[in-house]
Design a protein around this ligand. Structure first.
Ligand SMILES: [Fe+2]
Ligand SMILES: [Fe+2]
Length: 171
């Protein structure tokens, strides 16, 4: 535990920060697995572009899990030790892919990113001017989640427009 590092935290309980970070940690692992498995099962038009995007996001979510775990340890906490706890701590849950079509998979993923954006913006508000280090970490992750949402939405729109164009041409 970073004794001096933690002494600069003001106006917020360290245990409260550890609790919310562990919830975010559960979200990151579930998001990682969701992208991992989506990239495997996805089917349909332009799926290669979607696979590349989903794999990139999986890598990013795992990197976020690392960042959050390291901060929990610095604060003197313990990151969740059992994957069963991911489901009891998660904010955003896990969207099991039921329809493997590219557009459905992208829609599921966009929902997940929108939840992540809400959670990290709450964490940024909660830690601003109180815990500068956690604030920096959650702000950096928040920027990534905003980019994720944008990338998925752009790909989703490209694919749906492309499909609509083809339909117009053949009717
Ligand atoms: Fe993330
Ligand atoms: Fe993300």
């Amino acid at each position: 535990m970073a004794t001096r590092g933690n002494s600069i935290i003001k106006g917020i309980e360290i245990n409260e920060i550890i609790t919310v970070l562990n919830k975010a940690y559960a979200d990151e692992w579930l998001a990682y697995y969701q992208y991992f498995i989506e990239a495997k099962v996805i089917k349909g038009i332009m799926k290669d572009a979607a696979i590349a995007e989903l794999q990139q996001h999986a890598t990013d979510e795992l990197r976020h899990a690392n960042m959050v775990a390291d901060r929990i340890l610095q604060l003197g906490g313990t990151p969740l030790l059992n994957p069963k706890e991911w489901f009891t701590h998660t904010n955003c849950g896990y969207e099991e892919p039921k329809n493997f079509d590219v557009v459905s998979i992208l829609e599921d993923s966009i929902k997940g990113e929108q939840c992540a954006i809400s959670i990290y913006s709450k964490l940024a508000e909660m830690t601003r001017d109180k815990d500068i280090v956690t604030y920096d970490i959650v702000s950096e992750i928040l920027a990534d989640e905003v980019e994720h949402e944008e990338d998925l939405q752009a790909l989703h729109d490209d694919i749906t427009e492309f499909v609509a164009d083809i339909k117009k041409k053949i009717t």
